[in-house]
Design a protein around this ligand. Structure first.
Ligand code: ZN
Length: 321
């Protein structure tokens, strides 16, 4: 598989990425620079995907952006966590439910891109009126089986046409970066929230140490699934723009960050030294991973961000509702 180093010159990347074609999903500018290129083996031949950084607002996007139908073959069954360690899933959901409890203890919640429904299943049904949206058929079936077909919708958020001011909390756990139209999505979320409602967002941090250090090998890059790549700055700009105010934005550290570092390093070493040599080097480096994770997160930010943003009143946001 032909790959390109993160440190390729702008000229080299411009030549191989060609001209970018999309307007920025945040500010609409068409002025952008290539920052990274990676070839991904999909159902057919290996396709080159390029990341472009908007020259006006800094939001990074993937091109080409595949449609949901085109992406489906890239989502293998194991993508959905079906084969993942149950302890890992429990720990991950404990983190998310703990984050939710810091802001709300009951109400109605909509989980956008709910996957197999792990988050919804982890919150107390006596306190929470739980709903989810999942456009992909494989995880939808599992989520609907465990939570009920009346609670899980097999569609996209805007197409769902849900009633206004229906929810207290809307969550985007590792889903916003999969969407090509984040502005329209968050504006729709604002419409669906009651006054004072909140959104919770968890997504990879493109400004983190791991993203910068590992480039194309970064575990959370996840091409071609991730269409936009956010930093603290661009995510703040996006939520502000859509009528929300950030209450908390924090780096996620600990096990999740360690997991990302471990896989990023494995990706890097196997790419450079082949599967056997890469694994041998990885095991040699393993004792240093915990201190590496601890120091790099404090120095350069966690591999993912966790955000709570509050719906701003219409007058303050300059919105009609
Ligand atoms: Zn932009």
């Amino acid at each position: 598989m032909k790959t390109h180093r993160y440190a390729n010159s702008l000229e080299e990347m411009s030549a191989s990425c060609g001209a970018q074609r999309l307007a920025c999903a945040l500010c609409g500018s068409t002025d952008a620079q290539p920052v990274l290129e990676k070839r991904i083996t999909g159902p057919g031949a290996a396709l080159p995907f390029c990341l472009w950084r908007c020259a006006a607002c800094g939001l990074v996007r993937t091109e080409p952006q595949l449609t949901l139908q085109e992406l489906e073959p890239y989502y293998a069954e194991e993508y959905w966590g079906g084969a993942t360690d149950p302890n890992w899933i429990r720990r991950d959901q404990r983190y998310r439910t703990g984050f939710l409890r810091r802001f709300r203890s009951e109400g109605s919640v909509l989980d956008v891109g709910c996957g197999l429904g792990f988050f919804l299943r982890a919150i107390d049904p006596k306190r929470w009126d739980r709903y989810g949206i999942e456009p992909m058929p494989v995880p939808y079936r599992e989520a609907a089986r465990s939570l009920g077909t009346d609670r899980i919708l097999n569609t996209e958020l805007i197409a769902a046409g849900l009633p206004a001011r229906r929810f207290d909390v809307i969550t985007f756990w590792d889903s916003l970066e999969h969407l090509p139209n984040p502005r329209a999505i968050l504006q729709e979320a604002r419409r669906l929230l009651r006054p004072g409602g909140i959104i919770l967002i968890g997504l990879p941090n493109f400004g983190s140490y791991q993203a910068r250090h590992f480039g194309e090998d970064w575990f959370a890059l996840s091409l071609p699934h991730h269409l936009c790549h956010y930093t603290r700055e661009t995510l703040t700009r996006l939520v502000d723009h859509c009528g929300f105010r950030v209450r908390v934005m924090e780096d996620r550290s600990g096990p999740e960050n360690y997991h990302a570092l471990k896989h990023s390093l494995l990706n890097r070493l196997t790419r450079l030294h082949g599967p056997r040599g890469g694994r041998a080097l990885y095991y040699a480096a393993k004792p240093f991973l915990h201190p590496w994770e601890w120091i790099s997160t404090r120095w350069g930010g966690g591999s993912s961000l966790q955000v709570c943003a509050e719906r701003v009143a219409a007058e303050a946001a300059g919105f009609a509702n």
